[in-house]
Design a protein around this ligand. Structure first.
Ligand SMILES: NC(=O)c1ccc[n+]([C@@H]2O[C@H](COP(=O)([O-])OP(=O)(O)OC[C@H]3O[C@@H](n4cnc5c(N)ncnc54)[C@H](O)[C@@H]3O)[C@@H](O)[C@H]2O)c1
Length: 348
């Protein structure tokens, strides 16, 4: 069994990962300063399993990370601490850069200063690195990368990216070995930077970098008070308050919603391997629309029907889903969403 350092271990994904690592017999050390936007109080620390060592440390503070690495010398690092606001990252770019990019280099430098190379480092990257990803021009079936949608098109309700021929276009699933990363927001750019930093450092130091590009993770435990949080938690907050869910664009925004327990499985599986670098997508392999997910949540919560508003958020992509579920069973969306709603109304 190993000593595992989990940065961001008090967060949505971190909480599940820490519990599973403890159950597997590892010694777990958490570095998490409880971001006030995510944590209104200290209950996440109190909920950590017995025996977990918590350091209230900000990853941008190098001396604190130095102490943690020097004292615990973790064989495995699971690096989750991050600023995660997609829209917010456009107006708070430096904060995202500091925490996500410099926070990652601090971690690596702390290992160097301690003369310690972990066997492996796991990074939860994001499907956001693909941006709009690849699309097909229906005129001739050719693949194109549309890049970021512009406000003029969105104001005119041209939701799908324009194709080179002007003919209708359709999206292609994200596939790590195939789809080129083309970030369309600052958060995504910092996640891609994290990938490059870790892969180059781990390769040089003979460690293993395991990078998981997570699609949209949902389920019980995501901060309901963080207004920049996941879309389905936001929907569930509205629906359980008896309010109609407001759905952006024409409702046909495509996402791959993957349940928290399935993601925890994948992160822990990655943490427990040490065989060279790896880069994988983690999703359900299914494309759902946000409107269909809103209807499931509204029905589960007994809320009014969702309303499609035509509003949009700069930097959002039109469509994203993973090409496969890596052959692993995933929680069906209706079951996962019911669990989310039950959790929010205290039925679980
Ligand atoms: N939830 C998703 O849908 C999703 C999708 C793709 C990637 N990810 C990635 O997974 C990771 C975890 O996401 P999450 O959904 O659990 O987010 P979260 O906000 O629930 O958890 C992040 C945790 O990191 C901590 N943290 C933030 N800044 C910190 C700092 N400067 N120093 C120390 N701790 C800090 C927070 O207090 C929080 O507990 C992130 O790296 C995120 O980019 C999440």
């Amino acid at each position: 069994m190993s000593t595992v350092l989990v940065t961001g271990g008090c967060g949505f994904i971190g909480t599940g990962v820490v519990r599973r690592l403890v159950a597997d017999g590892h010694t777990v050390v958490v570095a998490d300063h409880l971001h006030p936007q995510v944590h209104p109080d200290t209950s996440a620390v109190e909920a950590l399993p017995a025996g977990v060592i918590h350091h209230a440390v900000d990853v941008t503070h190098a001396p604190s990370l130095d102490s943690i690495v020097r004292i615990h010398r973790p064989e495995i690092v699971v690096h989750l601490a991050a600023e995660t606001g997609t829209g917010q990252s456009l107006t708070e770019a430096s904060r995202h850069g500091m925490v996500n990019v410099v926070g990652t280099t601090n971690l690596l430098d702390s290992c160097t200063r301690a003369g310690h190379v972990p066997t492996s480092i796991v990074l939860t990257s994001s499907r956001a690195v693909y941006g709009e990803g690849a699309w097909i021009d229906e005129a001739d079936g050719s693949v194109f990368y549309p890049g970021q949608r512009v406000p003029e098109d969105l104001d005119a309700e041209l939701w799908n990216p324009r194709s080179p021929s002007g003919a209708p276009s359709r999206p292609v699933a994200n596939e790590a070995d195939v789809t080129e990363p083309r970030p369309t927001n600052v958060y995504a750019a910092t996640k891609l930077a994290q990938e490059h930093l870790l892969t180059s450092w781990c390769t040089a130091m003979r460690s293993s970098a395991h990078i998981l590009r997570l699609q949209n993770v949902y389920g019980p435990g995501q901060s309901p008070t963080n207004s920049y949080t996941g879309v389905l938690t936001y929907f569930a907050v509205r629906a359980t308050a008896g309010l109609p869910i407001e759905v952006f664009e024409d409702g046909d925004i495509g996402r791959d919603f993957v349940f928290i327990d399935d993601v925890v499985d994948e992160v822990v599986r990655a943490a427990e391997r040490s065989d060279g670098n790896s880069l994988v997508d983690v999703g359900s392999g299914q494309r759902s629309t946000i409107e269909s997910a809103a209807h499931i949540i509204a029905a589960a919560a007994g809320a009014p029907s969702p309303v499609v508003t035509g509003a949009y958020r700069l930097g959002d992509v039109r469509s994203a889903w993973a090409a496969s579920n890596a052959g692993r069973p995933r929680t069906p969306l209706d079951i996962g969403l019911r669990e989310l709603v039950d959790h929010m109304v205290g039925r679980d």
